[in-house]
Design a protein around this ligand. Sequence first.
Ligand code: ATP
Ligand code: ZN
Length: 294
Amino acid sequence: MVTRLRIAVQSKGRLAEGGMDLLKNCGLRFAYGRDKLHQSAENMPVDLMLVRDDDIPNFVASGACDYGIVGENVFREEQLGSRRGKELEIALRLGFSKCTLKLAAPKGGAITSVADLDGKAVATSYPAITADYLERNGVKAEIVEMHGSVEVAPRLNIADAICDLVSSGATLEANGLAAFETVLVSEAVLVRRKESRSGEADAIAEILMRRAQGVIASAQTKYIMLNAPTDRLDAIKALLPGSDAPTVAQIAGRDDVVALHAVCRERVFWETLEALEAEGARAILVLPIEKMLA
Ligand code: ATP
Ligand code: ZN
């Protein structure tokens, strides 16, 4: 019997589409609408199991699947909080479903730093990550575990602060909370067991991972547009490594500001985003590139 690589993927949710898109962009073809739990690739020895994201670490640790696509936040929580999670490792970072786990507290309140959490209660769906972070910062706080709507905890006096996933910050804002600390920067990751994997499955996975790296690299190339104060132009250009000479264009009626367009890798851009802003860059737009003839 031919060995087939078994990959656990979220069935629906914020990882599902990105995961399926990545696999399809790696050349896998799936027949639609056969089975809710299983999908077999037609053109490669690869089977998918479609499950809830929280179950993915267990599927992989137990050997039911060889690899899994899961949020780094979920992986980290399992790794810190469960024995089985410690048997897993990251095989490849996948560059989508990016989000941040942040500590936040009521705006204008007494808590504005990690140290202020000493003796307080923190509500979170990530108790192991939060406890680990607080411990590493020498803070003793009570962890209140919640499985949803963590952002309402301070208002209901269930906790003084929260540790929750943030992407745009709109949910925090709507609940009168302000983030004051980043605990984890997360993206989708491909995980596998550290030990006792099948060599045949690994060989198939190697092919897919090589393709995935190519797909991720091109997906992360972005077109960046921003307005730069004319006198900060050189400093701002210097913050855009990985870009060829950017285009600098006049803005009608302004001589203090110019428009700057550049092709840049997203990863580089995110690393330097705050720095760009600090140099005075405004109206920063990051656009996807569909096709490129470099
Ligand atoms: P499930 O029903 O499978 O348990 P869920 O509700 O726990 O799903 P989702 O909301 O689909 O999970 O999020 C899955 C993962 O996507 C998160 O664990 C995180 O890694 C990532 N994620 C969370 N929020 C965002 C976001 N706003 N943008 C992109 N990725 C996100
Ligand atoms: Zn979940």
